[in-house]
Ligand binder design. Structure first.
Ligand code: ADP
Ligand code: XUL
Length: 540
C-alpha cells in the first residue's frame, strides 16, 4: 500500500483534484471539473452568476456538491486506487458563505447510497445561492460594522483586515437585514471550505484559522470568534458558526457514504480545509521570509509569509493565518484573469497570439496607460467598474494587450509596498502563470526574478501537503515542511524568468506615473498628462 494523499480545490471556476504519492514524490493524477462546461445546467459564467447591477455575485453551493460527486465518479472510472488514500484536505475560494438549515447535519449523518448527494441535500439551504468573494454589494454594512468597532484602525487591529465588501461578516449582515426570516431559519453558516469538508466528514466541520481570518469575525491575535465583531454583524451569530480550528487539525474520518459508494478506505483521515490562498502559500513552498507569491487565477493575489503579525492600516491589504500557524499578508485583485480574458476576447485571439502581441509592443507601451476596472476593484477600491485609457483607445490591439498586463503589475507593485520588506524572488502560480511572457512583464516591473512551476494548481497541492503533514505527525513520523515541499517541488528544475535590467528606470518612472493616474481618477488629483508626455519623450 502506498501513502497517497488527495488535495482538492473548490475554486471560483472549477473543482480540481491532485493525487500525490509521498513515496515517489510524484503527482500521480489530476482532474478538474469545470463548473461552466461540466455542469452546464447551473448556467454559470466563469463559475458565477451576476445579479442586479453587477455588484451582487453569487454561486450555487449545490453545484459544488454535484461537482464533488462527479469528480469521485470520474476517479473511479479512471481506475484510481482510491482505497490507498491516507488523508484528504482541500481549499475553498475564500470568504464565500453557505447558509444551511437544521436538516443539514441530520441529512449528512443519514445519507442514502442509492440517491445522489444533490437530491438529498437540496432542501437543506434556506438560501440557494452563496455570495462569493467577487461580490461588492455590502458597502453599507461595512460602514455600519466598522463604525461599531471604532473605525478603520480599530477594526484592522482587531481582525487583521479592514471591514471589506467581500468578507463574510458584512455579507452575513446584509442577509440578516434583507431576509430576516431566512436568517432565522439558518442553523449554520459555513465558508466554502468548511462546507465542502462537512460533506466529506458527514457532519459540520470546523473553519481553520487561515480561512477564518477572511471573515471579519475572528480575532487575529487570539484566533477566536470576536464577540464585538459578532455583535456588530448580526444577532445570535455565534450559535450559527462552526468552531475554529488550527490549520493542522485532523477533523475525523471520511463519511461512510463515500467509503461505500466510491471505495475509499474507512480509515481515510480528513484534515480541516482552508482557503485557496493560505493553501497556495504552502503549495508554492513559502515557509520563510524574503519571497512572495503572485497567483494569477480568477483573482490575482500577491501574498507572502509573515513571521509576525504585520498590519496594513491603509486598509487595502489583509493578514490571514498561514498553514504553519504563523501569519501571511495578502492583497487581492478582482480584475485578474477575467479582465485579461476581456481583452483576449475583444480581439478574438488565443493566448499564444496574446503573447506574440505582448512581445511585439515595447515595455512602457509608448506611454499608453490603462486603469483596468472591468469589474469593481478591491485594490484600489473601485465600486463602479469602468476602464480608463490614456493615449490610446479600445481598438488598439497592442495598446490594450500590453496596457492590461502592465496596469495589473504596476498596481501590484504600488499597492504591495506596505508589506515593507522587498522580496528577493516571486513564485508565480495560478492558471495564467503558465504564460511566460506575462511573467516577463511581472519580473521587469518588480525588477525581481520570477519562478515558474510545472504545477499551477498550488491551492490543491498545498491542501495535499497539509494532509501529508498532519497525517505523518499524527503517526509520530514527523516530517518538516521543508521535507514535504522538497519531496515534490524541484526548485532547481523550475524555470526562472529574469528581469531585464534595461527597463529598471523606465518602470520606476512608470510606477510613479501610474500612481498619479490612480490619484487623478480615484481621488480627483491633478491631471498627469504633462508627466505622461514627458515619459514618452524620455523613452520613445
Ligand atoms: P481559479 O483557481 O481561480 O478558478 P485558475 O488558477 O485555474 O483559476 O486560472 C484560470 C484562468 O487561467 C483562466 O480564467 C484563464 O484566463 C487563465 N489562463 C489559463 N491559461 C493561460 C495562459 N496561457 N495565459 C494566460 N492566462 C491563462
Ligand atoms: C482572497 C480572495 C480571492 C478568493 C478566490 O482574499 O478574495 O483570492 O480566495 O480565489
Amino acid at each position: 500500500m502506498r501513502d497517497l494523499f488527495l488535495g482538492l480545490d473548490c475554486s471560483t471556476q472549477s473543482l480540481t483534484a491532485l493525487l500525490t504519492d509521498y513515496n515517489s514524490g510524484k503527482i500521480i493524477y489530476r482532474h478538474s471539473i469545470s463548473f461552466d462546461k461540466d455542469l452546464p445546467h447551473y448556467k454559470t459564467q466563469n463559475g458565477v452568476i451576476i445579479l442586479g447591477d453587477g455588484q451582487v455575485i453569487h454561486s450555487y453551493p449545490l453545484m459544488w456538491v454535484e461537482s464533488l460527486e462527479l469528480l469521485f465518479e470520474i476517479m473511479n472510472a479512471d481506475d484510481i486506487p482510491i482505497n490507498e488514500i491516507k488523508a484528504i484536505s482541500g481549499s475553498g475560494q475564500q470568504h464565500g458563505t453557505v447558509y444551511l438549515n437544521s436538516k443539514f447535519e441530520r441529512t449528512l449523518k443519514e445519507l442514502d447510497l442509492k440517491q445522489s448527494l444533490v437530491t438529498q441535500l437540496e432542501s437543506t439551504f434556506p438560501r440557494q445561492t452563496s455570495p462569493i468573494w467577487m461580490d461588492s454589494s455590502t458597502t453599507k454594512q461595512c460602514e455600519e460594522i466598522r463604525k461599531n468597532l471604532g473605525g478603520l484602525k480599530a477594526a484592522i487591529e482587531l481582525l487583521g483586515s479592514n471591514i471589506i465588501e467581500r468578507f463574510s461578516g458584512p455579507q452575513i449582515r446584509k442577509f440578516f437585514q434583507e431576509k430576516i426570516n431566512d436568517y432565522n431559519n439558518t442553523s449554520i453558516i459555513h465558508l466554502v471550505s468548511s462546507f465542502m469538508a462537512s460533506i466529506l466528514l458527514g457532519k459540520n466541520a470546523p473553519i481553520d484559522h487561515g480561512d477564518g481570518a477572511g471573515m471579519n469575525l475572528m480575532n487575529i491575535r487570539t484566533k477566536l470568534w470576536d464577540d464585538r465583531a459578532l455583535e456588530a454583524t448580526a444577532p445570535n451569530l455565534k450559535e450559527k458558526l462552526p468552531s475554529l480550528a488550527h490549520p493542522f487539525t485532523i477533523i475525523g474520518k471520511l463519511s461512510p457514504f463515500f467509503v461505500d459508494k466510491f471505495g475509499f478506505n474507512p480509515d481515510t483521515n480528513l484534515i480541516v480545509w482552508s482557503g485557496d490562498n493560505p493553501n497556495s502559500l504552502i503549495g508554492v513552498g513559502l515557509i520563510e521570509r524574503g519571497k512572495v507569491a503572485v497567483s494569477l487565477g480568477t483573482s490575482d493575489t500577491y501574498f507572502g509569509y509573515l513571521q509576525e503579525l504585520f498590519l496594513d492600516f491603509n486598509g487595502e491589504g489583509h493578514v490571514f493565518v498561514a498553514p504553519t500557524g504563523d501569519y501571511m499578508s495578502l492583497i487581492c485583485y478582482k480584475n485578474g484573469s477575467l479582465a485579461r480574458e476581456r481583452i483576449k476576447e475583444r480581439f478574438n485571439i488565443n493566448w499564444e497570439q496574446f503573447s506574440e502581441i505582448l512581445n511585439k509592443s515595447p515595455p512602457g507601451n509608448n506611454g499608453k496607460i490603462m486603469l483596468p476596472y472591468f469589474f469593481p476593484e478591491i485594490v484600489p477600491q473601485v465600486l463602479k467598474p469602468r476602464v480608463y485609457r490614456f493615449g490610446f483607445d479600445e481598438n488598439d490591439i497592442e495598446g490594450n494587450v500590453r496596457g492590461i498586463i502592465e496596469a495589473q503589475f504596476l498596481s501590484m507593485k504600488l499597492h504591495s509596498e506596505w508589506i515593507g520588506e522587498k522580496p528577493k524572488e516571486i513564485y508565480a502560480t495560478g492558471g495564467a502563470s503558465a504564460n511566460k511572457d506575462i511573467l516577463q512583464v511581472l519580473a521587469n516591473i518588480f525588477n525581481i526574478k520570477v519562478r515558474m512551476f510545472k504545477i499551477t494548481d498550488t491551492a490543491a497541492l498545498g491542501a495535499a501537503f497539509r494532509a501529508i503533514k498532519s497525517f505523518f505527525d499524527s503517526e509520530n513520523k514527523i516530517k518538516s515542511w521543508y521535507e514535504i515541499i522538497n519531496n515534490f517541488i524541484d526548485f532547481e528544475k523550475s524555470i526562472v524568468v529574469k528581469p531585464n535590467k534595461k527597463y529598471i528606470e523606465l518602470y520606476r518612472d512608470m510606477v510613479d506615473l501610474y500612481k498619479k493616474y490612480e490619484e487623478y481618477i480615484l481621488k480627483s488629483g491633478e491631471n498627469p498628462e504633462m508627466t505622461r508626455l514627458g515619459f514618452i519623450k524620455k523613452y520613445f
